[in-house]
Write a new protein. Structure first.
Length: 143
């Protein structure tokens, strides 16, 4: 799936994204600095019902957000690997535990932990088109 999305169209995109996601739990967001990874992740979390403030976990590395699904509390892990320099650092911060938790994980800068991502990871490539438009290409997971 590849489509151009405007900022004002993020809510509709989020609905379509979750419909397409199927059983996928790990989502790798690729794109240059300022491409809108956190903005898109925010829309995806809001669609799931997250009411917490959603922000980039650049310094904390991992943010955890709760949402309710069918009366059950579930979690989304928002992971930003930008500052990490090695796979060892990634593992030491607890990222691996999140990835294998069976919770939704949204990973920014996934290139820094490719070894931890398997064929069930859904990859999202974000390319700026204009200041308010992004080309979003989604490669479905194997699941």
């Amino acid at each position: 799936m590849e489509q151009e999305v405007a900022i004002e169209g993020l809510d509709a995109f989020a609905a379509q994204f979750w419909n397409e996601a199927g059983e996928a739990k790990v989502f790798a967001f690729h794109g240059p600095m300022g491409a809108g990874k956190t903005t898109i992740i925010t829309a995806l979390c809001k669609y799931k019902g997250v009411t917490d403030t959603i922000s980039s976990p650049t310094f904390s590395v991992i943010n955890q957000y709760a949402y309710n699904e069918n009366g059950e509390e579930k979690f989304i892990y928002h992971i930003d690997l930008y500052r990490l320099k090695s796979l060892e650092e990634v593992v030491q911060t607890g990222v691996e535990d999140c990835l294998y938790s069976n919770s939704i994980c949204m990973v920014e800068w996934p290139e820094r932990a490719e070894e931890l991502l398997d064929e069930n990871t859904m990859h999202i490539q974000i390319t700026p088109v204009t200041t308010t438009q992004r080309m979003i290409k989604i490669e479905k997971a194997v699941i």
